[in-house]
Design a protein around this ligand. Structure first.
Ligand code: FA5
Length: 342
């Protein structure tokens, strides 16, 4: 038995010297220490030995097992160190202490305008809220007065996940949580990415940004809504823009409006961006429906409020004269890097 143990040690040493990859070392480990490995078999064979032999041979086999384990570990560490060194030798060398030079990168135009809007609204006492992109059916629809099977669900072709949750189609999905967080009075904006199964064209994307806002207090009226919308637009565009307010249906507001701006790409003459109408649908809005206030824990008998759902991506198009919305999601650095100095 002692000879067998020594023989095994010798053959292990020989095979180990030839194992120069992680895979080869692993094969060796299985061959010697695996369930049916040679060392394991030796240990199993001990059960037939006498009590005296068991003690002596057991010590020898365990010593061999320990040596095999240590040598395998050592070999694998040596292989990994050599691999790392090869990667370092082959990698491009650079001095991290040197000034960057080259292209410093830039913020995405949507980030630039979002931050500008956040500044405008925080200066008017609004909080800025973050909200998840994956939400429940309740948050996105039911809590904003769109019950299951309501025809208004057809307005937004939604991506549902297998677990029943969905990619939020509108930033309105956060309204209920924010009403519950602050109660009344409350002034908040909540920008976010939205997803809809849209056929894309110059002004429609399946992934786009909105910025929602709500203001709830005693005696809030449509005049407050119009004041805040006008202030926001004149600050963002740094000039007066022509807007029009027309009736619009959204189950979570009553009355509801569509706020359109005169297309700044064609000056109102008609182009592919505005679908040749001269107007771009930018910011639906209205007075928050009493049901929505109630579901948010706010008493509609005491408080009223307005809500708006600004199409942030469309606003960016208008501000910078981007004719096709798809350019903003393209990752085309040539187009996007124009905004670096803002
Ligand atoms: C809504 O999403 C409502 N939640 C807005 C709202 C909020 C109304 C609060 C009243 C009160 P709508 O589906 O129209 O409404 O989208 C709002 C804005 O998002 C549009 O005016 C448009 O500017 C932008 N938008 C909508 N769909 C797309 C799209 N596929 N690509 C780019 N922008 C879009």
């Amino acid at each position: 038995m002692k000879e067998t143990i020594d023989g095994l040690r010798e053959s292990f040493e020989q095979e180990l010297s030839k194992a120069v990859s992680s895979e080869a070392v692993e094969k060796l480990r299985v061959a010697y220490l695996g369930k049916k490995g040679s060392v394991t078999e030796l240990l199993k064979g001990l059960k037939n030995a006498s009590a005296d032999q068991k003690k002596e041979l057991g010590q020898h086999i365990n010593q061999l097992k320990k040596q095999v384990e240590e040598k395998l570990l050592h070999q694998i560490e040596a292989i990994q160190a050599a691999e790392e060194q090869r990667a370092i030798d082959g990698a491009e060398q650079y001095d991290v202490t040197l000034p960057a030079g080259g292209d410093p990168g830039s913020y995405h135009p949507i980030t630039i305008v979002q931050r500008q809007l956040e500044e405008i609204f925080t200066s008017m006492g609004f909080t800025v809220e973050d909200y998840p992109e994956i939400v429940t059916d309740y948050e996105c629809f039911e809590a904003v007065n769109v019950p299951k099977d309501h025809p208004a669900r057809d307005m937004q072709d939604t991506y549902y996940l297998e677990n029943g949750q969905l990619l939020k189609t509108q930033t309105s999905a956060a309204q209920n949580a924010i009403l519950r967080k602050y109660g009344a009075p409350c002034r908040s904006i909540f920008p976010g990415r939205c997803f809809r199964n849209e056929a894309t064209d110059a002004s429609h994307e399946n992934t786009f940004f909105q910025m929602e806002g709500i203001m709830v207090d005693k005696d809030i009226s449509i005049s407050n809504l119009i004041y805040f919308m006008k202030t926001m637009l004149s600050e963002v565009f740094e000039r007066d823009v022509k807007v029009r307010l027309r009736p619009g249906f959204f189950p979570f507001v009553e009355p509801g409006f569509e706020l359109d701006i005169n297309c700044l790409i064609c000056g109102g003459e008609g182009c592919s961006t505005c679908h040749h109408s001269g107007w771009v649908e930018l910011c639906p809005c209205g007075m928050i429906h009493p049901n929505v206030l109630k579901m948010g824990g706010v008493d509609p008998e005491k408080y009223t409020g307005f809500a708006f759902g600004l199409g942030l991506t469309r606003l960016v198009m208008m501000k910078y004269g981007v004719k096709d919305i798809r350019d903003l999601n393209s990752g085309n650095l040539k187009a996007l890097s124009q905004f670096r100095h803002e």
